[in-house]
Design a protein around this ligand. Structure first.
Ligand SMILES: Nc1nc2c(ncn2[C@@H]2O[C@H](COP(=O)(O)OP(=O)(O)OP(=O)(O)O)[C@@H](O)[C@H]2O)c(=O)[nH]1
Length: 673
């Protein structure tokens, strides 16, 4: 499971639990830190104190070693005066002198006497005296230096000529009775005669201390492990780091002592004046701190017990202290559900929780006031939406969000059908919808409300014409939504259509009226002189008045309607038939030669005479006098043309009625019947 997938248990979402656990965690961390600090402080103090003791012990050891070496030199020097009483070349005397130095033989591993040419005349250990056959030490540095400088010398640690074991040599020049030089010497074999014997205090605290003596170059002169003799101190793991640090500061042979760093160890060193050696002392910090372990365990146990006692106490205290928070939470959960009066049940007090309760109580009261205002506004809005006599909608993001009852009625849908639906659902086609959006956008961009007429789609698939007016709530920010006003204009459009029809048609016969006829004729006259041939036929019924007089106006009307139908049936589809008023009719024949016009006129005349309208007095019929006027160059206006046709009609009437006459050529005529 990755860290991202991990979810804390739901209980940890509780602020109260988290504060309580946080308090306990702080207590644990606090007590733990204090305990750790105290333990660390105690350890540091113990180590510092021990280091001071270690350092002074090292200085003391170095001082003792220095004194011991001085004592040894003094002891060797005390023999020198005795040489003055013998002859250096008297081997027996020299041997007796050495043999007699019982105290000195105890102090050194070997005691010897050598001539200035390096020949060892005699040697002695604790038990006996020897006469070495051919032992010569003329090549030894310490010997040469003694002869050359005529003074006592302490050598570096070097392998013995006979034993091969690491040794230190002390020399003392002496003069025999004749003044010849004799070199007295003593050796200390380091692996059998520890330089530190008796110098290191053997108290219990020193049990784990490692004390080492080195010369100035770091070669080991004394070490509990004899394997280490004459090796470099850098090979001693417990002192290598301190040794490097000592070298880094110039390898001072400091008799007053120095402290050196070594991980996990307390290291002190002190110089040995005289031979310029160093005494090193190292003690493991862990050994120094061992006695503190029990105290540390006690401290940790004490801390655990303290925590075990304090934690439940703190838990109970915090839990009680945070009770108002629980109360606030429970009360806040019922802030808006109306189960409690808004001012009841809040935690009191002047603290943060009390103040938070005050704020929430005010929020609850404000919300109640707002809800009441909202409810009032909603009631008003609902009454507007349900009672408005026009369709109202609120649209946003191309969808309906509110729809009034009237709009629902207009589109035969419930508000559930409409709300959330795209605006497109109300348009008859995608093209209409796109065109609407384009025009609306253009008007809005000009900061004007949109207004237009559209054929809208009802829920049942039928269509109706509607006037649509839309306006954004805010013209500057159209994302806030748009108000639609929709009204049904089917009736208005029908009336308008009727009016338009009436303006151009005769109400009784349904034929075009005089205005429409003249307008059409005007169009033809205007195309002169390039117009195609056309003719105007003027027809006046003969003896129509008696029909009215005999059978009444209703039969007269029926006669006019039947005649109109008969005329219309005889002309070509593109020809215009009009009732010019009373019992007068006219035909406008386009693309028609004068001869054809005459033929059609006669055809129409005959058709009129064939009309018979039933009446209580038997079938009634009329005749028709017809005048025909072709469109000619001399006809400048419609009036001219009508007058020509009317004159021809009059001529027909004068000729005895029920006949066709053409207007004379040159005066709008056809050139004769
Ligand atoms: N029923 C009816 N009669 C109409 C209408 N308009 C006009 N008239 C009558 O039509 C008659 C026309 O008169 P005239 O043309 O003089 O009568 P006429 O008998 O045809 O006379 P001639 O043309 O000389 O044969 C008048 O009596 C009008 O009252 C109408 O719309 N309905």
């Amino acid at each position: 499971m990755t860290g991202r997938d991990f979810h804390w248990p739901a209980a940890f979402g509780s602020l109260k639990l988290r504060i309580t656990l946080g308090g306990i965690a702080a207590l644990v961390v606090g007590i733990g830190l204090i305990t750790a600090l105290l333990v660390m402080r105690a350890q540091r103090d113990t180590l510092n104190t021990q280091l001071v003791r270690e350092s002074s012990e090292t200085v003391r050891t170095a001082g003792l070693l220095s004194r011991q070496m001085v004592e040894l030199q003094r002891a060797l020097a005390s023999v020198a005066p005795q040489v003055g009483g013998i002859a250096a070349d008297d081997h027996g005397a020299v041997m007796r002198l050495i043999d007699s130095q019982q105290v000195l033989r105890q102090l050194f591993t070997n005691l010897f006497a050598a001539s200035t040419d390096g020949r060892v005349l005699v040697t002695a250990d604790k038990r006996q005296v020897y006469l070495p056959m051919s032992l010569n030490i003329a090549d030894r540095d310490y010997f040469q230096k003694t002869v050359r400088e005529n003074r006592a010398i302490i050598s570096d640690a070097i392998p013995g000529r006979v034993s091969g074991q690491p040794q230190i040599f002390m020399t003392q020049p002496a003069r025999d009775a004749s003044g010849a030089m004799l070199i007295l010497g003593g050796s200390l074999r380091l692996n059998t005669r520890d330089l530190l014997d008796g110098l290191v205090e053997d108290d219990t605290g020193d049990a784990a201390a490692l004390v080492v003596v080195t010369d100035q170059t770091g070669r080991v002169l004394a070490h509990p492990s004899h394997d280490r003799l004459l090796t470099l101190l850098s090979g001693e793991p417990r002192l290598a780091q301190a040794f490097a640090a000592w070298q880094a500061i110039g390898a001072p042979v400091e008799p007053t002592g120095i402290r050196l760093p070594q991980r996990g160890e307390l290291v002190s060193a002190a110089g040995v004046p005289g031979p310029d050696w160093m005494v090193w002392r190292v003690r493991a910090e862990a050994d120094v701190l061992a006695p503190l372990r029990a105290a540390r365990t006690d401290a940790i146990l004490g801390a655990v017990v303290l925590l075990a006692l304090l934690s439940p106490l703190l838990f109970v205290m915090l839990w009680r202290a945070l009770r108002p928070l629980t109360l606030l939470e429970h009360r806040a959960q019922h802030l808006f559900d109306g189960s409690l009066p808004p001012e009841a049940g809040w935690p009191g007090g002047r603290g943060e929780i009390g103040r938070l309760g005050d704020v929430l109580r005010r929020v609850g009261l404000d919300r109640l006031t707002l809800e009441a205002q909202n409810a009032k506004t909603m009631r008003k809005l609902n009454s507007v939406m349900s009672a408005a006599p026009v369709g109202i909608a609120f649209t946003r993001d191309d969808r309906f969000e509110l729809a009034s009852a009237e709009l629902c009625r207009l589109v035969a849908a419930t508000s559930q059908d409409l709300l959330g639906q795209p605006l497109r659902t109300l348009f008859a086609s995608d093209d209409d919808h796109a065109a609407f959006l384009k025009r609306e956008r253009s008007d809005f961009r000009a900061l004007q409300p949109y207004s237009g007429e559209w054929q809208l789609l009802r829920h049942d698939g039928s269509k109706f014409w509607a006037a649509l007016r839309t306006k954004p709530v805010d013209l500057a920010d159209r994302t806030l939504g748009t108000i639609w006003i929709v009204s049904d204009i089917e009736d208005q459009r029908a009336v308008r259509k009727q009016l338009e029809w009436s303006a151009t048609h005769d109400a009784l016969t349904g034929l075009a009226n005089r205005e429409a006829f003249e307008q059409q004729a005007r169009r033809l006259v205007a195309t002169q002189p390039d117009s195609r041939p056309a003719a105007l036929v003027f027809l006046d019924l003969d003896r129509f008045k008696p029909v009215n007089d005999i059978a009444g106006h209703l039969v007269g009307d029926l006669m006019l309607l039947t005649v109109a139908t008969a005329i219309a049936a005889r002309v070509r589809p593109g020809d215009l038939v009009a009732r010019m008023g009373g019992d007068e009719f006219a035909l406008l024949l386009e693309d028609c030669s004068p001869d054809v016009a005459m033929a059609i006129a006669d055809e129409v005349r005959r058709a009129v005479t064939e009309v018979a309208v039933p009446s209580t007095h038997g079938p009634l019929s009329v005749g028709a006098s017809v005048g025909v006027a072709a469109l000619q160059a001399d006809i400048a206006t419609v009036n001219d043309w009508l007058q020509a046709a009317d004159a021809a009609c009059y001529a027909a009437k004068s000729a005895g009625r029920d006949t066709v006459r053409a207007a004379p050529m040159g005066a709008g005529g056809t050139g004769g019947a």
